[in-house]
Write a protein that binds this ligand. Structure first.
Ligand code: S3P
Length: 173
């Protein structure tokens, strides 16, 4: 049987990695970040992958890593990249491999949080705000479609939010 992982999904800047680490600690589970695993396997950072292989090359790597991770045991807290839900197969894998938690945030909150970002290829553009607004609009319905639970992450301190998530997860048994 496929183990029941806990996935954190949501846009860039929602806090998936930080909150995911806290949540894993609180639940006594191990933590893994899909982006970090992609970089470790490639021996290169995400910007380099985008430059050399284009966004599609990155997306192929993302799908491969997701598929490998979900078949791993024991269950883990898995933080995903903001675009993982673009692929219908990825969405199906997420939905049938565990509990999917959507960390939502408003465009304004994400704009503020990613203000100094230099590592996310999609945000290294002149009009970063317009890109973020477009991503929120286009991807919001996809996050909602796969989510079992939705938590606004915008204004809550990461550890406090992780405690709320841990409580919710424990309630679900
Ligand atoms: C992306 C989000 C990033 C990373 C890549 C593409 C996206 O992950 O996977 O830069 O398409 O939203 P984070 O959401 O962890 O920043």
């Amino acid at each position: 049987m496929t183990p029941q992982h806990i996935f954190l999904i949501g846009p860039m800047g929602a806090g998936k990695t930080t909150i995911g680490r806290h949540l894993a600690d609180l639940l006594g589970l191990s933590f893994i970040d899909v982006d970090a695993e992609i970089e470790s396997r490639a021996g290169a950072d995400i910007q380099w992958i985008f430059d050399m292989e284009g966004e599609q090359g990155f997306r192929d790597r993302e799908t491969k890593v997701l598929n490998d991770l979900v078949s791993g045991t024991p269950p883990r807290v898995i933080a995903t990249g903001g675009g993982i839900i673009l692929n219908a197969d990825n969405r199906a894998v997420l939905q049938c491999s565990g509990l999917v938690i959507y960390l939502s945030a408003t465009a304004e909150q994400l704009i503020e949080r990613t203000r100094r970002d230099k590592t996310r290829p999609l945000l290294q553009v002149d009009d970063r705000e317009a890109v973020i607004r477009k991503l929120v609009e286009e991807r919001g319905p996809l996050y909602s479609q796969v989510a079992d639970l939705v938590f606004p992450s915008g204004s809550t301190q990461p550890l406090r939010l992780a405690k709320k998530l841990a409580e919710a997860v424990s309630t679900l048994g």
